[in-house]
Design a protein around this ligand. Structure first.
Ligand code: GDP
Length: 359
C-alpha cells in the first residue's frame, strides 16, 4: 500500500496527528492483511463513487483505497551529525514513498518550541537540511564501493557521474526532488534510496482560526510552493477521530470546514504520487484499488492477486460515469458501454472492472 513517512521537529504535533490517524481501527478490521503496527496509521481515501456502486450491486461492504502513514520519529537539528540518523529511522523513511513534514503554526504558549520561537520557515529549512545532509552522507559512504564496482565493470560509470551531480545539487542545499523538476535524472541512483528524491508534502498544524483565514494560509502556502500545503488542527483532528461518522460530519460542518484535515492529507498524498484507482463491485463488496497512471490491465489485475496478472485473459470494463448514469450492468451492456479489453489496455481512473483469468 501507499506509504507516506511523517517527519517534523519535536513538539509540532506529530503524535497528536498520529493518534488521530491510528484511531481508524474499524478500517484496519476491514483489511485482514493490514497488520496494525503502533507507528502506522491507515486512512481511507474518501470516494463517493463506492457508495453508488454498493447501491447498484447491493454490496454488503465498501472498501476504499487506503493511504498509510508511518511515524518517523528521530529527526532533530543535528540528527545527521554525530551518531547520524538511526538505522530504524533510515529503514522507515526508505520504505516511505513520500515524505510529509508536519510544521508547527499553532501559537499555544504552553507548548515549548525546541528552537524557542515559532517559525514555520526555519522549521522547514531545518528538516530540509537534515535530509540533504543525510543524503550527502549516503553518497559519501557509497563512493568507494561504487568506484570499485565501476572499475570491475559491475556498475555503469553513469552512476558515478550521477553521484557527483547529486552531490553538487545537495551542497547547494537543494533536494534531489527539486532538481528532478528541472530535469535531473535520478534513475542511476535508485539503488542508493536517497531520501530527498521522494516527493514532499507539507502539513501546517494551525490554530482553528487560521483554517478560515485565507490571507494567513496564503502566507504559509508561499513557503512551500509549488508544493500543495495542507492545513489542519491536529488537536481538532484527534477529537474528530473519536466520533462516529455522523457526529464527525456535524462537528466538521460546525467548524466551517468542508473536508477533514486527514481526508485532505490522504487525497493530496495520493495526487502527489500520481496515483489513481479502479473499482470492482459485487454483492460482497464494492472496492477501490490503487494503481499508477498509465498502468495496463494485467498490471492492475496484479494488485488484486499476482495470479490475476499471470493468468490474465481479458478485462470487462465500464466507466463509472456510464454505469452511474445507466444504473445497472444489464443496462450498461444493452447500451454497448461494457467493453472487453485485452492485455495492452491502459486503465483509466474510475474504470469498473471484472478480470477474466486462467488459474
Ligand atoms: P510531537 O513531538 O511533534 O509528536 O508533538 P505532540 O503531538 O506531542 O504535541 C506537542 C504538544 O503540543 C502537546 O502538548 C499537544 O497537545 C500540543 N499540540 C499538538 N497539536 C496542537 C494544536 O493543533 N494546537 C495546540 N494548541 N496544541 C497542540
Amino acid at each position: 500500500a501507499l506509504t507516506i513517512g511523517i517527519v517534523g521537529l519535536p513538539n509540532v504535533g506529530k503524535s497528536t496527528m498520529f493518534n488521530a490517524l491510528t484511531k481508524n481501527q474499524v478500517l484496519a478490521a476491514n483489511y485482514p492483511f493490514a497488520t496494525i503496527e503502533p507507528n502506522v496509521g491507515v486512512v481511507p481515501l474518501p470516494d463517493p463513487r463506492l457508495g453508488r456502486l454498493a447501491e447498484i450491486f447491493g454490496s454488503e461492504k465498501i472498501l476504499p483505497a487506503t493511504v498509510s502513514f508511518v511515524d518517523i520519529a528521530g529527526i532533530v537539528r543535528g540528527a545527521s551529525e554525530g551518531e547520524g540518523l538511526g538505522n530504524q529511522f533510515l529503514a522507515n523513511i526508505r520504505e516511505a514513498e513520500a515524505i510529509c513534514q508536519v510544521i508547527r503554526a499553532f501559537s499555544d504558549e504552553d507548548v515549548v518550541h525546541v528552537d524557542g520561537k515559532i517559525s514555520p520557515s526555519d522549521d522547514i529549512d531545518t528538516i530540509n537540511t537534515e535530509l540533504v545532509l543525510a543524503d550527502l552522507q549516503t553518497l559519501e559512504k557509497a563512493q568507494p564501493r561504487i568506484e570499485k564496482e565501476v572499475k570491475q565493470k559491475k556498475t555503469d560509470a553513469a552512476v558515478l557521474e550521477a553521484m557527483t551531480a547529486a552531490q553538487a545539487i545537495l551542497e547547494e542545499g537543494r533536494t534531489l526532488f527539486q532538481a528532478m523538476g528541472d530535469g535531473f535524472d535520478v534513475e542511476p541512483l535508485s539503488e542508493l534510496q536517497l531520501m530527498t528524491t521522494k516527493p514532499f508534502l507539507y502539513v501546517f498544524n494551525v490554530d482553528d482560526d487560521i483554517l478560515a483565514d485565507e490571507a494567513k494560509k496564503d502566507e504559509l502556502r508561499a513557503l512551500v510552493a509549488p508544493i500543495e500545503a495542507i492545513f489542519l488542527d491536529a488537536k481538532f483532528e484527534s477529537e474528530l477521530a473519536e466520533l462516529d461518522e455522523a457526529e464527525a460530519a456535524e462537528m466538521l460542518e460546525m467548524s466551517g470546514q468542508d473536508e477533514a484535515g486527514l481526508d485532505q492529507l490522504a487525497r493530496v498524498g495520493f495526487d502527489t504520487l500520481g496515483l489513481q484507482t479502479y473499482l470492482t463491485a459485487g454483492p460482497k463488496e464494492s472496492r477501490a484499488w490503487t494503481i499508477g497512471k498509465g498502468w495496463t490491465a494485467p498490471q492492475a489485475a496484479g494488485v488484486i492477486h499476482t495470479d490475476f496478472q499471470k493468468g490474465f485473459i481479458k478485462a470487462e470494463v465500464v466507466s463509472f460515469a456510464d454505469l452511474d448514469s445507466l444504473g445497472s450492468m444489464a443496462d450498461a451492456k444493452a447500451a454497448g458501454k461494457v467493453r472487453m479489453e485485452g492485455k495492452d489496455y491502459i486503465m483509466a481512473d474510475g474504470d469498473v472492472v471484472e478480470f477474466r483469468f486462467n488459474v
